[in-house]
Design a binder for this molecule. Structure first.
Ligand code: CP
Length: 309
């Protein structure tokens, strides 16, 4: 197979295992490209991509922009905080105005779950979800699984625990879908208040004891507590959260095997993970960031190949 089964990437839920494997195979080639002295290929010289960010981002935004430029696409960037959205313009009006300028693909981060899907059903352009509220963050899950595959040889049969704020995390949901499609076993770990009630329907294991979860896994993906999405208190204090669910070097070194530590960023050092763990040789956090560019190049390239030109 050399074509995706979807025309947009709005969520991992819509992808088949074959889609994910095609993205990884394509990303393998692009990873080789971005490590050459000349890190650019002319593949998308005739494509224009708009990056629409209605919510803050560092990694995802820079990573998409680099991926697009490495493919030689023309790129325009839009930030809601400095746009006419502030004057009351709707999402569809904003996007249609941008598309009138002959844009072929839209990469969008938005605070509302379902925003990317909504857009993909209403505009004549390819849409890539760069994170929609608490729903999905598909390219993060793809780069996470790609990084596990790179480090451990495959994702099939591996045990991955996702620790922390599962309730508010689009990274957690996309990771669960992606890892399961690739044959991994998934566990979530965190305080009861931060584990959604529907979690068992997703076929994941639940553990509230961090040490037990870490003894079980091959890979621990440590999530940030999303205080910006919490208008009520889900745990007594950050200090208490950190004492129960924070990953320290002492815990890591006391485990019976060497596990891999991941984090999607941004890190709250000293809350969900200490600095000596984040910077240890078991951490692949910066590999995740590097792989993000190659994986996003693959997604954009494969979706662009479906544009009728
Ligand atoms: N991992 C991630 O989505 O980071 P940003 O919010 O900085 O893009």
């Amino acid at each position: 197979m050399n074509n995706l089964s979807v025309n947009h990437l709005t969520g991992i839920r819509d992808l088949t295992r074959e889609d994910i494997e095609l993205i990884f195979k394509t990303a393998d080639s692009f990873k080789e490209v971005i490590n050459r002295p000349i890190k650019k290929v002319p593949s998308l010289r005739d494509i224009t991509i708009a990056n629409l960010f209605f919510e803050n981002s560092t990694r995802t935004r820079l990573s998409f922009e680099l991926a697009e430029k490495r493919l030689s696409a023309d790129v325009v960037n839009f930030s809601a905080s400095s746009s006419s959205v502030k004057k009351g313009e709707t999402l569809i009006d904003t996007v249609n105005n941008i598309l009138s300028m002959k844009v072929d693909m839209v990469v969008m981060r938005h605070p509302n779950p379902g925003a990317a899907k909504f857009l993909s059903e209403r505009v004549n352009a390819r849409v890539v979800n760069a994170g929609d509220g608490t729903h999905e963050h598909p390219t993060q899950a793809l780069l996470d699984a790609f990084s596990i595959r790179e480090k451990l040889g495959s994702v099939e049969g591996k045990k991955v625990v996702i620790v922390g704020d599962i309730l508010h995390s689009r990274v957690a949901l996309s990771n669960i879908y992606c890892l399961q499609k690739l044959g991994a076993e998934v566990m979530v770990c965190g305080p009861t208040t931060l584990i959604p009630k529907y979690i068992h329907e997703l076929g994941v294991l639940v553990e509230h004891n961090l040490r037990k979860a870490l003894e079980w896994c091959d890979v621990a993906n440590m999530l940030r507590i999303q205080l910006e999405r919490q208008d009520i208190k889900f745990f007594p204090s950050l200090r208490e959260y950190s004492m129960q669910f924070g990953l320290t070097k002492e815990i890591l070194d006391s485990l019976s095997k060497k596990i891999i530590v991941m984090h999607p960023g941004p890190i709250n050092r000293g809350v969900e993970i200490t600095s000596d763990v984040a910077d240890s040789d078991q951490s692949i956090i910066l590999d995740q960031v590097e792989n993000g560019v190659a994986v996003r190049m693959a997604v954009i390239y494969l979706l662009a190949s479906k544009i009728g030109r």
